[in-house]
Ligand binder design. Sequence first.
Ligand code: ADP
Length: 334
Amino acid sequence: RIVGVGSTGEEEERLNFALRPQNFAQYVGQESLIRKLRIAVEAAKSRKEPVDHVLLHGPPGLGKTTLAHVVANEVGAQVHVTNGPALTKGADLVGILTKLSFGDVLFIDEIHRLSAVVEEYLYPAMEDFRVDITIDQGAHARTMTIPIQPFTLIGATTRLGLLTGPMRGRFGISEHLDFYAPEALHEILKANARQLKTVADDKALWELARRSRGTPRVANRLLRRTRDYATVEGDGKINLESTKLALELAAIDDRGLDEQDRVFMKTMIDVYDGGPVGIEAIAATMGEERDTLEDVIEPYLLQNAFITRTRQGRRATKLAYEHLKLKWRPPKDE
Ligand code: ADP
């Protein structure tokens, strides 16, 4: 894998953690979502109740995990982090639920990948703060109800559509996270350069902000790459010139697209005549997971009108051809 947004190494995770905003005031962007969460937190605090369950959806790297930590900090509770595929048995979830303290945040990433069995355990926990476990089997089987401490579930998903109806219905708050504007990314980069004790001039930070794919996680990664580059090739200070060279080395183009984004569009154009083409076909040709294409690559290309999605499949737009310096061929059926 190249520089995909979804892939994170250990060192990267450590740094991301260090750069994570701790409270609402430090959290940049997503204004309308933050306003709603602030109100939910304040209301819950004054009623001495846990915050409503929250479902966050949107592409990776936009700050869903960060928000779970922020909410827990704001209510003065602990956060317990897990993810859908890690909870294979009901007992895995029950083990976590019974350890929660009042008001704690349980964060489940990739909640669309919870098994049906585990989901069944989650429903009564969310609704009535209890778990029902079955002991013994056959004729002796009986159900035991264990009360648990009132808590807040924060679920995150890149794919709202894959969540079951009953699951969606159990969240009091359900919000989409959008890609960040360059202004917000600039603010994040400025704060993080300071955190990393790196001198960076403003033009360089704007360049990074503009080319970070609307994603804080990418912005942090490019900032580190640029810092490395400036350290090795210069005096350690980040300026516009070293930034451009570092981004070129990382194969990030002027629009902030990476190698995978370009291969995706090129595959559509070269192999499938610009579409319409199904995602499965593109995935097979690229030798890439369909999920990665849908979660990581497509959203940004769609948002920026490099591709469109119709019922017949995906289509490369004129902008995609122009961006790749290819001759535009209007679709035959238009
Ligand atoms: P997700 O859970 O949506 O994949 P994360 O919460 O892990 O995304 O965010 C990745 C990193 O990006 C975080 O560790 C943090 O450093 C940074 N980040 C995300 N959102 C923000 C934000 N609103 N302000 C500042 N930094 C952010």
